[in-house]
Ligand binder design. Sequence first.
Ligand code: FES
Ligand code: MG
Length: 573
Amino acid sequence: MSDGKGRGKGLAGRLTAYGDPGFAQFLRNSFLLARGYGPEVFDRPVVAICDTGSDYNPCHATAPQLVEAISRGVTMAGGLPMVFPTISLHESFAHPTSMFLRNLMSMDTEEMLKALPLDAAVLIGGCDKTIPAQLMGAISADVPTLSVAVGPMLTGSHEGERLGACTDCRRLWVEHRAGALDEAALNAAQSQLMASHGTCMVMGTASTMACLAEVLGFMLPGGASIPAVHSERLRHAEASGRRAVEMARAGGPTPREMLTPASVRNAAVTLQALGGSTNAAIHLAAILGRAGLRFDLAELGAIGAATPILADLKPVGRAYMQDFHAAGGLPALLRELAGAGHFDSDTPTADGRRWSQVLEALPDWRDPGVIRPAGDPVVAGGAIAVLRGSLAPGGAIIKQAAMTEGLRAHEGPALVFDGLADLDARIDDPGLDVTPDSVLVLRNVGPVGGPGMPEAGLIPIPRKLAATGLRDMVRISDARMSGTAYGAVVLHVSPEAAVGGPLALVRDGDRIRLDVAAGTLDLLVDDAELERRRAGWRAPPVPRRGYARLYATTVQQADLGCDFDFLAAPGDE
Ligand code: FES
Ligand code: MG
């Protein structure tokens, strides 16, 4: 019978909470017999495997093989694998943005983990929002959980040039817009941008979140970087199935037990040392929020200033995930960080050891060209800088390692776009009043305004300036940016324009000052004038029904991870 939490009981756990429990168990067993299972499975520990394969998610095309490998591991270890689906999110196939649906996927994951009789779970994720959504759900459900990433794609090759998604997708498109690459050449390169199954193979959001899942102890050590199509990934999946049975038998550890101040700090250090995705700042806030922990943006900035970037990976550096894996992968990077005093290795891993034990057992070798020594980093410090000021009282961030040096301290006149339609209509207008000094402002693309905070922050350089060879300008928005992108792009301005943040009050010609070293972002307009403008501001209408209404009325700002207010923090189980 159920133990209340329903774990450690195999398929007898978590019976429906009404009626005759004996009859409920009889029915459940009858359905299992109907599925073709013999009665000997009734007492086995159950490992639920979340299958997020979908024709709409090419990044997860290998999910069927991973399900098979995890199931094999579970069975070998004496458990019963039970596969279940949830929604699956892909970056290019989710409207209006996968971020809009991340919280829905987290709710789907949480509720399934709470509803189904299971003793542990293995969640197959990978494409950008999926691992964050799954960890959020798992922390709220607090059942013993492992994450298995689908893994990164291999790079392609076109006319002697190595290509990868999606940093090179963007770079080639920028060249095409500027007239430097014609359509035939663009199309010829296209088939090499995503040369295999798997997730984008730069240190974008997918790779960053897989690495953070590994650091936090939700993924077996070494698992984040294994390419999607390597046989090693299947062995890793099989090992994850075996480990999940151990966790099922032991009844833990549970996700909340893994999150300690030291492991959380390690995640921030790792994010910075990887030169990882800006999106991770949002996802980490949401993930920690589910455990009742506050992710401190100011601390992320302070950690960044003191942490060297050691991974020489695109978009900050030059290599790809398969090179990172061949170079030693995340454990080799963590050993460098630990050796230099940045990483606390007295923290748990997913295989039951401490990181110190894992790092000690590593082979000595690593490729110092890809995972640099702490004394010779790619960049001395500060992958992601945190900004605050009169334009962003709740904070904003910039991936300073991937911006033009000369724009780190910049003051210029604002050129404001009121949303994506306005941007599309005017950005390439030959008559646009813009110079390289202009500060491009895009608003109403935040969590509420987007909705879902689209990856629209990488405002294109106006065509007439791009044609002169200009490739970077200061750009500011309440949107996000793909982890695979780069430039002097200020993101996540909070509070956003759609809830009346100062961004809503900016007008063309207002002076804006960015100072990355000082961590400031200011609108140089006096308070009396801003108050006068505020009196004329109107909030956008709230959607009338459905998920859009739930989203608009409960989503929190970027600094709180864009989680729904009623999902953040552990509650009554
Ligand atoms: Fe799936 Fe990039 S589109 S990880
Ligand atoms: Mg992305």
